[in-house]
Ligand binder design. Structure first.
Ligand code: 3PG
Ligand code: MG
Length: 395
């Protein structure tokens, strides 16, 4: 099914309400990482250029509904956006109230945090209709929040006169489809993170689609334990050992694999100054904690990545925040950067690694989604996309 795209609509003089994901980290009241704002900018510029009256909605953090809390105000985002656009951005507190001053063509209004409104998270019908009343065209562009069925991502799309996908959302969906629906092979996915349990559905779904599934972080520890090795004090999930065995056997039966590290980097405690020791997985002792893959394992992954046609990356393979445990993630990052494969990376930790190792320009597509990226990888239908497809089918 397809969606209506903003780029195909005539927006001149129209009231255009754009849902973006401007949920960015703040530090001392200023934007600490503006990646999502930069990614959203072309959509705003396109709408302005088309002569639209632009209103933007976003959430920031997870405030209590019905209460204004200063720390969750979008004011820092309005300032950041205004500097990027080189024009004022009017931050509106009362955008759902009768006193809201209608937006003019060429003007940009940022509606204060959608999650201050009671009913946002519950996808309340009345709230959704009030949002829809503000516009002639609703543009869903918040890929990072497309896995949430909330008033500003889903409900509003039901009732707006026209509901379409913005260029960022469309680009994200296109890149993900390219990576997963009809990929250049071999298709390699890297899934890092601390727990098998939180990424089990992703692992299950990806292991059926990919040629090689690379696991890292705490997830790999459980796979190491499943090989019968002791993992000492490392984070792992004993109750998922059988699941890991099964996943790997199934991957191998399909002609693929889930490679398990043969060496690791251990420390005795989780700290910035912890001493790092490279060990074979057969040599791990009771007070060891695995914090990274070892050089042999990293070299094996580099080889796999070198030959890949498509690479999907979510999650670092070690505690890369500490340099002595960052070599594995760095090698993986460099291998992806140097590969000719179509590569796509997503998730907060992954993007931090991309930025730390300065490979941003060498990845084919960087997703702004965290949870949404994962849910897409799981093969789930994103509710905010689903409703756009329904609207397109009715149009
Ligand atoms: C995110 O940062 O994951 C998205 O903006 C969604 O936020 P949420 O997890 O609070 O819904
Ligand atoms: Mg989240």
């Amino acid at each position: 099914m397809s969606v209506i795209k903003m780029a195909d609509l005539d927006l001149a003089g129209k009231r255009v309400l754009i849902r973006q994901d401007l949920n960015v980290p703040l530090k001392k009241g200023v934007v600490a990482d503006g990646t999502r704002i930069h990614a959203s900018l072309p959509t705003i510029e396109m709408a302005l250029k088309a002569g639209a009256k632009v209103m933007i909605m976003s959430h920031l953090g997870r405030p209590t509904e019905g209460e204004y809390e200063h720390q969750y105000s979008l004011a820092p985002v309005a300032n950041y956006l205004s500097a990027l656009l080189d024009q004022p951005v009017r931050l509106e507190q009362n955008w759902l109230e009768p006193e809201f001053i209608p937006v003019e063509a060429g003007e940009v209004v940022l509606c204060e945090n959608v999650r201050f409104n009671i009913g946002e998270k519950a996808n309340d019908d009345t709230l959704s209709r009030r949002m829809a009343k503000l516009c002639d065209v609703f543009v869903m562009d918040a890929f990072g929040t497309a896995h949430r069925a909330q008033a500003s991502t889903h409900g509003v799309a039901k009732y707006a006169p026209v509901a379409c996908a913005g260029p960022l959302l469309a680009a994200e969906l296109e890149a993900l489809a390219k990576a997963l629906d009809n990929p250049a092979r071999p298709l390699v996915a890297i899934v890092g993170g601390s727990k098998v349990s939180t990424k089990l559905t992703v692992l299950e779904s990806l292991s059926k689609k990919v040629d090689q599934l690379i696991v890292g972080g705490g997830i790999a520890n459980t796979f190491i334990a499943a090989e019968g090795h002791q993992v000492g004090n490392s984070l792992y999930e004993e109750d998922l050992i059988d699941t890991c065995k099964k996943l790997r056997a199934e991957a191998q039966a399909r002609g693929g694999d889930i490679p398990v590290p043969v060496d690791v980097v251990c420390g005795k405690h989780f700290a910035e100054n912890a001493e790092a020791e490279v060990k074979k997985v057969t040599d791990i002792v009771a007070d060891d904690m695995i914090f990274d893959i070892g050089p042999k394992s990293a070299a094996a992954l580099t080889e796999i990545l070198k030959n890949a046609g498509t690479i999907v990356w979510n999650g670092p393979v070690g505690v890369f925040e500490f340099n002595q445990f960052g070599e594995g993630t760095k090698e993986v990052a460099m291998a992806i950067a140097e590969s000719d494969a179509f590569s796509i990376a997503g998730g907060g930790d992954t993007l931090a690694a991309v930025s730390k190792y300065k490979i941003c320009d060498d990845i084919s597509y960087i997703s702004t989604g965290g949870g949404a990226f994962l849910e897409f990888l799981e093969g789930k239908k994103l509710p905010a996309v689903d409703i756009l497809e329904q609207r397109a089918a009715q149009a």
